[in-house]
Design a protein around this ligand. Sequence first.
Ligand SMILES: [Zn+2]
Length: 357
Amino acid sequence: MTEATFRTAPFLRDRQRGHLPARNPNCATAFTEIDLDAPGRQVGFLHIPHSPHDDAWGTVRIPLAVLANGDGPTVILEGGNHGDEYEGQIVLGELVRDLRFHRIRGRLSFRPSLNAPAAEAGLRTSPQDGKNLNRSFPGDHAGTITEQIAAYVNDELFSRGDAFLSLHSGGSSLDIIPSALVQPTDDAAQTQRNTAAAFAFGAPFNVLLNNLGDTRTSVASAVAAGLTCVSTEMAGRGTVTDAALELCRAGAQRVLVHWGVLDEAYAKEPAAPSAPLFKVLGAKSYVIASERGVYEAFHRHGERVEAGQPAGRVHQIFDPRRAPVELTYATSGVVFAKRHPGVVVPGNVCCVVATST
Ligand SMILES: [Zn+2]
């Protein structure tokens, strides 16, 4: 057996940054048999007490695993934040089962299907409370199930972690160019660490993206706590895309090698050379439906488009007397994401344009 070789772990966590705690810390009731700080290999569940009609003293069960060996960074890995995004859930389950223990240096803290009720239902939002976990941070220990999941991650995991890998896909409503995302921060050094991690993932497309400044996402909370973060978008359409799954497998391993927590041999496939860095940072990137109808897009993913150019049209299928209504791009760039379902109502995002940095 050859000796495992690791990269020197880079600086990953600024612990001087304030960690914003979840609401109502004295109400926390989540429990697990897993010791988050112990060495070794542990696979089990987090239980959040839940008392519906058919399970008076029941719990909601969320899978988790910790693989820890020797000294190195603590990396939090998240899949299934949205239950209809599958590549990350598959890849993290594979890593939990297949990683060779002696090839880890540090601690890998897995949440393969974090919003487990949503994942079991194949939905973006939780059937327990209708909430979107990625709009629920920093969470509330006395809140709904989704808010309690966010609170647990925020207070128990981000307080322990050095880095955070958040694996998303486009979900049921979007089809997105497989890409690694950089969360911009007000700290240039931290943004640089996030950017380096995104490039290490090795996607053919990298994007600075901040969800229009929304701070209720897991990545925004992790960034606020000082962790180095990278997230992904892997195709979507509510299905598993084979090319995106392969990229997600290889990319997750490359980031963990980059952070010095997996040995070099895991980064066997080369990262995409000189992939561009785009940005989606303002409302002008979004083409939004103005009418109810069926949307026809005029451009493919990756196509170059110009501000003022027609993006597509909403067909008025409910009234054949009415002509389609055209939508236009508000900025120039390339088509990054497109709505998947045909039917739109006013307010739906039909297309997202990524612009050059
Ligand atoms: Zn997502």
